[in-house]
Design a protein around this ligand. Sequence first.
Ligand code: PRX
Length: 648
Amino acid sequence: MSETIDSLLHEKRHFAPPPNFVAQANVSDPSIYEAAEPDYEGFWANWAAKLDWFEPWSQVLDWQPPYAKWFLGGKINACHNCVDRHVSAGLGGKTAILFEGEPGDVRAITYAELQAQVSKTANALKALGVKKGDIVCIYMPMVAELAIAMLACARIGAAHSVVFGGFSAEALRERINDGGAVAVITADGGWRRGKIVELKKTVDEAIQDCPSVKKVLILKRTNQPQDYSWVEGRDCWWSDIVDNQSEDCPCEPMDSEDLLFTLYTSGSTGKPKGIIHTTGGYLTGTFATFQWVFDIKPNDIYWCTADCGWITGHSYVVYGPLANGATVLMYEGAPDTPDKDRFWRIVENHKVTILYTAPTAIRAFMKWGDEYPAQCDLSSLRLLGSVGEPINPEAWVWYWQHIGGGHCPVVDTWWQTETGSILITPLPGITVCKPGSASRPFPGVRAEVYSEDGRALEGAHGGYLVLTRPWPAMLRGIFNDPDRYVQQYWSRFPGVYFTGDGVKRDENGDLWLLGRVDDVMNVAGHRISTMEVESALVDHPAVAEAAVIGKAHDVKGQAISAFVLLRAGHEHDNIVSELKEHVAKVIGAIARPDDVFICGDLPKTRSGKIMRRLLRDVAEGRALGDTTTLADPGVVSSLRNQYEHLEA
Ligand code: PRX
C-alpha cells in the first residue's frame, strides 16, 4: 500500500465550516441533499431553468442505459449564457477575465468587451469557412484568447477540440485527424519559465499530415523571431482577420444535445479517447456545481490554475464560472517564474478570493518552503479547492493552514473528463471536511461502492467507485468509437458507470478516493495511460519490449517508470536519456519517464501477460505480491536485485 493511501485510511481529523463562512454561504442547509433525492430530474431541471433557453425543452431526461439525453427539444447556446446574458442583465462593465501573462502583462476584459471580442472572433471563423457542426482544434497558450476562441466556436455552433499546448506534434496530429478538424487556432508561441513554447512550429509539423485542416489562425503572443513556416492561403494572423470583423454575431440556437466539444483523454489502451460533451446538460452541470461548490458571489475573484487543455479548464475556467457571471483569473505561466512565490504574488496583487488547484502543486509548494506564501498577503482568500488526484492529508492540512490561514474551507472535488462536472465534493457551507476525503456525492448524484463481483456494498467498505444514475454533464460517447463507450464504462458492471477508481466508504458515509484501479497513471495530476507510453517506447528501434508503471512519488503522486528490454546490439551509454527524450517527442514532455530501467526480462504470466503489479512492487521497494502465476518466478527476483543495485 502506498504511503498516501495508508495515511488516508488512518486520518481522523475533522474541519467544520467556519461559522462566518456558513452565515454567508450559497447553501448551508443540509436538507438540500434529501430534497434532491425523490426527483433528481426535477432537481437538475430547476438548475437548467436558471439558464437562458431559446426554446424550452419538452422532456428533462431520456435514459436508455447507457445512453442519456437531457433537456430534449430545448434550444440553447453556451456562449450566450456565458457572455451575452450577463451583458443584457447590466453586468457589461464587470470584469469577466483577468489575465496575467508570465512576463507580467495584465489585462482585464469586461463582459461587454468579451462579447465584442468573441463576436469578432466568431465572425472571423465564419470568414475562414468554419460552419455549424464543424470541429475546430485549439492549440494555444493559457491566454485570454484561448477562452475567447472556445466561446467563439460555441457561438457559431462549431465544436472545439482543445489540445493542451504541452502535447507533441504527433499527439496533436492524432487528435486533429480523429476529429477531422477543419481549422486550427494557435499562437506563435506562449511563455513558460521565461522560454517560448513554439506552438506554431509544432502545428506546422503536425498538419503536414492533416488533410482536413484548411485554415490556421495564429495569435501573435510572443512576437519573437522564430523559424516557423508560413503557408499563404492557409495561415492567417489573428490581428489581420479578427480585429476588423463586425462585433455583431448572433448566437446560433443549438439543440440541447448538439456537440459542444470533444476533449481527448487517456484510457487503458494506447489510443486517446475523444470524450463527447453536448450543450444543455454540460452547461447545466457546470453552472450548478460551480455555484454551490465554489460559493460564488458577485465580488469574488476566482482563480482556477488549470490549463484549458484539460477538462478542469473547460468546466471551471470557462463554462461554469462564466455561466455564473464570475470574474475569472487566467495565468499563462509557471508557478516558479520568476520565483517560487509567483502564485502568492498573483493572489496578493489581484485579491483572489477563491483558489482551485491540484495536490501536486500543493506538494511542490510545501517542498519549496513556507516562507514563499508567508511573505505575501493572502488575506483575500476565503475558499480553497483541490482537484485531479487524491490529496494526502498532510498536503490538505498544509493548504488549509499556510494558504487558507486556517479560515478557508477546502473542497476536495472528485470528477473526470468523462463526468464533465464535479460529482463528489464537500459543500463549503455544510460539510465537515476530513483531509483526504472528497466527502459525498453532489445533490442528485448517486455514487456507490461495488465489490469485485458487482454487488453494491453498504456501510463502511472498500471497492470500486461506480455511478448508478445519469447526470446532465455526463459524456455522451467516445468520438468515432461508439463501441468503446459501452465497453469501457458500462461493461465492467453492466448498466452502471464504472469510474476506474478505487474508493473506501467510512462509517459516516464519506468517500475516500484511492486512485485508479486500471492501467491509467496520474502523473502530476495528468492522466496518462501505461500503454500510451509503452507504445511510444516500442516505437523506438532499440526497444524490443517495454512495461510501464506509475511509481509513488512525493510531489507528482506518481512518476513514470519504464522497464525496457533492448534489441540485441542496441545497448549504448546514452540509451536511457535517448529513450526518455523519445517518449517526450512522441507524446509530450508530461509523459517523459522519470526512470528507464534496462532489464534482461520481464515478469510474465504463463499466458504471456506482463505483471505490472509486480513491477510496481519492485519499483516501490515492497515485498513482492503473489508470484504463483508467473511463468518464471526467477525473473522478478533477479529484476529486484538489479533494480536495488541500480538505486543504491
Ligand atoms: O483517478 C481520479 C482522479 O483523476 C481521474 C480523472 O482524471 P481526468 O479525467 O484527467 O480529470 C481530472 C480533473 C477532473 C479520476 O478518475 N481524480 C480527480 N479528482 C480527484 C481524483 N482522485 C482523487 N480525488 C480527487 N479529488
